[in-house]
Design a protein around this ligand. Structure first.
Ligand code: HEM
Length: 407
């Protein structure tokens, strides 16, 4: 029943040429057969926009990776040797809780991640943007990734949640250790590192909760504590939700900003257009997310035997929805490998779709726009080499190691 149309050689996210430019690979995959079984990932790959939309919207799939019975996944979980506290935390993540609990957690954070609240945070976001850019202005050079886009998101999410800014460095380090959850194939981000971080991060959050109990603030942690007091979720679920929000809002925004500036270097005309017409920034942000999607794949597990275009996905097996492929499907997007900062009707899947649709798209949009607008305003003549981009090897994420620029 397994490999119907094996793709050995057609999908290898660790091939250096894939890492440099995955899109020709993804085009071939989509054109050959939009559903494939992949031995590299131990899952079924979906690469067309239409099928990606169908799978993401289908509630007969779950995001709970614990249910995936493939050998690769069983090995991944066994490597972990998780403690009971970690097991409990894993069972409490947004992808693993019951549908009712998932809804309740999403409701609990919807106000703080909503458009109104995030827009009200704009002056604080601009404050952090300018502080980081001031340091670069003084130097005349910047590594956009490490000096700016990796530092900003953690400061912003920490503020929204209610963590003190002086803890940003360790929050960033702990969050980085969790990348293995976003991308089980990512190199250098092992399960052991995640476990190590958990045993520091979890007590740190418990301390913060005690502090907020004594001194409530106008922040998300304080509001979540109220719901906890009313019995909506238990203490472990509360800590896991906070941890997850810290992790989720970090690497993706780092990659959005780095990928966007690298893309502008590659398309000088679109760069000039955006600089001349800054009001295009909202459509430009959506286009950056489509064109070089920070999250390239989402995993879904079939709860029962399911069929995608005549291919049977057995119960408890994973489907990898290749968001990066769907977002470059010529059947949905005209001339997809051309950047168009004013692209109309851009219904990309960069934030996924369905019940696990991203919880932070407004924060990504508002923070992304503020960061890029200020950067372009302050350093209109920035220069860099788009032919020497070094992408991190990963199947589920797309981002650069560094992006050195002269200002
Ligand atoms: C450019 C920035 C961002 C991109 C491209 C992005 C993309 C995504 C995608 C594709 C998913 C679905 C993953 C899956 O189903 O496997 C997701 C889920 C999620 N995102 Fe984002 N995201 C971004 C920023 C943020 C921010 C700033 C936050 C908040 C701190 C956030 C919080 C979440 C959460 C909590 C989920 C899980 C939702 C659930 O399971 O119900 N994201 N995001």
């Amino acid at each position: 029943m397994l490999p119907l149309r094996p793709v050995a050689g057609r999908y290898n996210p660790y091939d250096p040429s894939y890492i440099r430019d995955p899109y020709p690979w993804l085009d071939r995959l989509r054109a050959t057969a939009p559903v494939h079984y992949s031995r590299v990932t131990g899952s079924y790959l979906v690469s067309s926009y239409a099928l990606a939309t169908e799978v993401l919207a289908d509630r007969r799939y779950t995001g709970n990776r614990k249910l995936d019975s493939s050998l690769r996944n069983r090995m991944f979980l066994r490597f972990g040797k998780f403690s009971p506290a970690e097991e409990k935390a894993q069972d409490s993540t947004l992808t693993n809780v019951s549908d009712d609990m998932h809804q309740s957690m999403r409701n609990a954070i919807s106000y703080d991640f909503g458009k109104r609240r995030v827009t009200a945070l704009l002056p604080r976001i601009e404050f952090w943007v300018d502080r980081l850019l001031d340091e670069a202005a003084a130097r005349g050079t910047i590594d956009l990734v490490n000096d700016f886009s990796a530092k900003l998101p953690v400061l912003v999410v920490a503020e929204l949640l209610g963590f003190p800014p002086q803890d940003a460095r360790r929050l960033q380090e702990w969050s980085d250790s969790y990348l293995v959850l976003v991308d089980p194939l990512i190199k250098g981000a092992g399960v052991a590192r995640m476990s190590g971080a958990f045993h520091q991060f979890d007590p740190y959050i418990a301390d913060t909760l005690s502090r907020k109990r004594a001194e409530p603030g106008d922040d998300l942690i304080t509001r979540l504590l109220e719901r906890h007091r009313e019995g909506e979720f238990d203490a472990a679920q509360l800590r896991t939700l906070i941890m997850m929000l810290m992790v989720a809002g970090h690497e993706v925004i780092t990659n959005l900003l780095g990928n966007a500036v690298a893309t502008l270097l590659r398309f000088p005309e679109e760069r000039r257009r955006l600089q001349k017409e800054p009001e295009l920034m909202p459509t430009a942000i959506e286009e950056f997310i489509r064109f070089e999607s920070p999250i390239q794949a989402a995993w879904r597990i079939a709860k029962e035997d399911l069929e995608i275009e005549g291919v049977t996905v057995p119960a408890r097996r994973a489907v990898t929805v290749l968001i990066g492929a769907a977002n470059n499907d010529p059947a949905q997007f005209t001339d997809p490998r051309r950047l168009d900062v004013g692209r109309a009707d851009n219904r990309h899947l960069g934030f996924a779709l369905g019940s696990h649709y991203c919880a932070g798209p407004w924060l990504a949009r508002v923070e992304g726009a503020a960061a890029l607008s200020r950067f372009l305003e302050r350093f209109p003549d920035f220069r860099g080499d788009a032919t020497r981009l070094r992408w991190k090897p990963a199947a589920g994420l797309r981002g650069l190691y560094e992006l050195p620029l002269t200002l």
